[in-house]
Ligand binder design. Structure first.
Ligand code: PHE
Length: 340
């Protein structure tokens, strides 16, 4: 009898109840008056006293097991929504689709472009996969310039003439070769450098290139234009400074710093305790670059700058880890709303 009880217990356990129909089958088979469990109790009546003692408990456990299974399956089926639901309110408004967010870098890019468009700059674009000529040679990089080294630049193995652009300055060349001055253009885009990824560096980032070539464009125009930009972006109280620098494609060249907005110039981690943050490289377009593009440097002059969008964003939103921009974590991305 013991064996029989055990095998019925197994059957109870493995019986699958998926509908009201199978629930009824379960009830009939195991717990109804003529079911297996009550008939085992009948059998028990005829057993010897000894045996009653031995299997009585087993049998009670089996009864409880079957009843508990029946009850929980019954509850589950009753709570499950019925297939022919008649209680759906069709007049309720639909659940709205979740819309994505504009990426913080896009928000900044729009704002940068907007400021320059108001000054009469037009928008231009160029390829991310570039050749040596447009990324380096026409920009007056000497053949052995360190920026051309493998450590900095992603070259394509099969064709060393092809690379991922290391800056947006390639678009300057493409524009000047195609278009005669006056040229006033703003060129946002993604650039690539072979750097180890950390909070402060990434193998790709974003820049906005600016170019203004015309008769009588001077360094004062560069200074005033970027000062105006900084004020539009960060408010009238922003301070700006130019530090002498070197780029092969500009002469003279300057790094542009703005006063740190995070600590108001007092010194913090973001500005490396200097009170200033570098946001762009700039300078007067080198006569060789104009010449390489068929523009006469005796007739025309120009200024150019290359601004890091991540930097400008960092100061707007106080983000201090570059990696956040490309991890696509929705909790980070959904915090940004257009700043009006
Ligand atoms: N291309 C330079 C860089 O990536 C920035 C720059 C642009 C400097 C234009 C001068 C003029 O660092």
């Amino acid at each position: 009898m013991e064996q029989k009880i055990n095998s019925i217990a197994e059957e109870v356990k493995s019986f699958s109840i998926a509908s009201k129909e199978t629930l009824e089958n379960f009830r009939l088979k195991f717990i109804s008056k003529k079911g297996m469990v009550p008939s085992l109790f009948d059998e028990l009546k005829q057993a010897t006293a000894d045996e009653k003692k031995k299997v009585g408990k087993l049998l009670n456990d089996l009864k409880q097991l079957a009843e508990a299974k029946f009850k929980s399956a019954q509850e589950e089926l009753e709570n499950a929504p019925s297939e022919t639901a008649t209680n759906i309110d069709l007049s309720l408004p639909v659940v709205p689709n979740k819309l994505g967010n504009q990426h913080p870098l896009s928000l900044t890019r729009y704002r940068i472009v907007e400021v320059f468009e108001r000054l009469g700059f037009s928008l231009a674009d160029g390829p991310e996969i570039e050749d040596d000529e447009h990324n380096f040679t026409a920009l007056n990089f000497p053949l052995n310039h360190p920026a051309r080294e493998m450590q900095d630049t992603f070259f394509v193995e099969k064709n060393p003439d092809i690379l991922l652009r290391t800056h947006t300055s390639n678009v300057q060349i493409r524009l000047m070769k195609k278009q005669k001055p006056p040229i006033r253009a703003i060129m946002p885009g993604r650039v690539f450098r072979n750097e180890a990824i950390s909070a402060r560096a990434h193998c790709f980032f974003h820049q906005v290139e600016g170019l203004y070539v015309d008769k009588n464009v001077g360094f004062a125009d560069l200074k005033q234009t970027l000062y105006h930009f900084a004020q539009e972006m960060y408010g009238k109280d922003i301070k700006i400074r130019y530090r002498p620098s070197f780029f092969p494609f500009t002469e003279p060249s300057a790094e542009i710093d703005i006063s740190c907005l995070i600590c108001k110039g007092k010194g913090c981690n973001i500005c490396k305790h200097s009170g200033w943050v570098e946001i762009a490289g700039s300078g007067m377009v080198h006569p060789n670059v104009l010449r390489n593009c068929g523009i006469d440097p005796e007739e025309y002059t120009g200024f150019a700058f290359g601004m890091g969008i991540e930097r400008v964003t960092q100061l707007l939103f106080q983000v201090n880890d570059l990696r956040l921009y490309s991890e696509n974590d929705i909790r980070f991305l959904k915090q940004f709303k257009p700043v009006v």
